[in-house]
Design a protein around this ligand. Structure first.
Ligand SMILES: Nc1ncnc2c1ncn2[C@@H]1O[C@H](COP(=O)(O)OP(=O)(O)O)[C@@H](O)[C@H]1O
Ligand SMILES: [Mg+2]
Length: 271
């Protein structure tokens, strides 16, 4: 790219960033694992009340980008993040950011359901308790119930809140993990292939839930299933070899993508 088009592209990007109601923005985000570079100057925004799907072949950097959004890469030895990442226009890598608080605002649900080996109640109550969100037992009970309601699990577990979370089915465990994320009133929920360990019925239930959660949260979901991306998201970002190939309305991405690599990927030609 020559200087002129570089500057023009930058100007267009800044214009777009200012126009769209972004909850989070990544600008020129690169990630290195030791010597290996895993992301190359990614520019991607996360919109309010929108599900954004990250797609692309295995190893293209989807999880790496997702982890930048709540600084989970900080926990990986040798990982280095450069560029700018903001939440409500504030730099989340600023030294005065409290990472524990950031991760409450930007919650995460992992590939494999990972409830604590504690009761269903405790799994949900833990976060609100450490963040001091309840002033009494009654208030905490209220948060636990509301969170399980939002995760679509309440009716299935209300009579056995003291039983272990690990005794639930896989799909129920994943919804418990969603309840746990929701319990601390996050603003953004990151999901890294949340259905890959679930059967089709449990997957459908979680997808339905994602649809409902969008009313109140910004959601970013990594998925290797293009059908899933098409079903649950309004925006889709395609990654390839650590680069963001393109990002667009999901409908457009799956019917008329701008980039040949996206076309090849959704046609199943690679990955
Ligand atoms: N903890 C890590 N240490 C070293 N390399 C990693 C680590 N995590 C991911 N990578 C590498 O970074 C690249 C992107 O990985 P990842 O973000 O997991 O891709 P995806 O989620 O799209 O499958 C891959 O080449 C992968 O091997
Ligand atoms: Mg991944």
């Amino acid at each position: 790219m020559n200087m002129l088009s570089d500057a023009a592209a930058e100007k267009a990007l800044v214009k777009k960033m200012n126009e769209v109601n972004y909850k989070m923005v990544g600008k020129d985000v690169s990630v290195y694992y030791g010597e290996k570079r895993a992301l190359f100057d990614v520019n991607l925004g996360v919109r309010n009340n929108t599900v954004t799907a990250l797609i692309g072949p295995s190893g293209c950097g989807k999880s790496t980008f997702l982890r930048c959004l709540n600084r989970m890469n900080d926990t990986i030895q040798g990982a280095k993040v450069t560029g700018l990442l903001t939440l409500d226009s504030k730099d989340i890598y600023d030294p005065d950011i409290d990472v524990v608080e950031l991760r409450a605002r930007v919650g995460m649900v992992f590939q494999k359901p990972n409830p604590f080996p504690k009761s269903i109640y405790e799994n949900v109550a833990y976060g609100p308790r450490i963040h001091g969100l309840a002033r009494s037992k009654a208030e905490l009970d209220q948060i636990v119930e509301a969170s399980l309601q939002k995760a679509g699990l309440w009716s299935e577990v209300k009579d056995r809140l003291q039983e272990s979370g690990t005794g639930l089915s896989g799909g129920q465990q994943q919804r418990l993990c969603i309840a746990r994320a929701v319990a601390v009133s996050p603003e953004v929920i990151l999901m890294d292939e949340p259905c890959s360990a679930l059967d089709p019925i449990a997957t459908a239930r979680v997808e339905e839930l994602i649809h409902e959660l969008r009313a109140n949260y910004s959601i970013v979901i990594v998925t290797h299933s293009m059908q899933q991306a098409a079903r649950v998201s309004q925006r889709t970002a395609m990654f390839h070899l650590g680069n963001l190939v393109e990002e667009d309305d999901t409908d457009k991405m799956f019917t008329n993508p701008s980039d040949q690599r996206t076309q090849d990927y959704i046609m199943g030609r690679f990955g």
